[in-house]
Design a protein around this ligand. Structure first.
Ligand code: OFO
Length: 161
């Protein structure tokens, strides 16, 4: 279980880096202040998820392993392309959390199972936000004024944790 939790530490750290790279990409495009802020905040949040795991592993008598990180994707063809990557990444994280939940049950590790429920809920929220934003971008297509409104309103769609 400890090894699997440490693998999740890596995944949360990767998420934080991936969203930081998205924030930076958006930051250097003209007029995407809302999207930029969204991904800076998302990146901070993912670091929080990583820390929560690190502290849990240590509190339970294990030792968290702080990993080296692969380079994140830094360039995106379009805003839609970046949000596709965002959804894809969240789906990957959800599947990893689900595997951890199965493992905790098969090892009868109920404390970890209980701890992981927070991540299950978090992933449901984040997947739903990522889907909603992708649906909106689909609707907007190449409409610049649609993108303007999307960028203006995006922070209203952030998940709460
Ligand atoms: Fe860590 O919350 Fe999604 O990825």
């Amino acid at each position: 279980m400890q090894k699997a939790l440490n693998d999740q530490v890596l995944m949360e750290a990767e998420s934080s880096q991936a969203y930081l790279a998205m924030a930076v990409w958006a930051d250097v495009q003209p007029g995407l202040e809302g999207i930029t802020k969204f991904f800076y905040q998302q990146s901070d949040e993912e670091r929080g998820h990583m820390l929560k795991l690190v502290q849990f592993i240590n509190e339970r008598g294990g030792k968290a392993d702080i990993p080296a990180l692969p380079k994140p994707m830094k360039n995106f063809k379009t805003v839609k392309n970046m949000f596709d990557q965002f959804l894809k990444h969240e789906l990957k994280v959800s599947s990893s959390i689900n595997s951890l939940v199965s493992l905790s049950l098969s090892e009868k590790d109920y404390a970890t199972h209980n701890f992981l429920q927070w991540y299950v809920n978090e992933q449901m929220e984040e997947e739903s936000v990522a889907r909603t934003l992708n649906d909106k971008l689909e609707l907007i297509g190449d409409d610049k004024s649609g993108l303007y409104l999307f960028d203006r309103d995006i922070l209203n769609y952030r998940s709460k944790s």
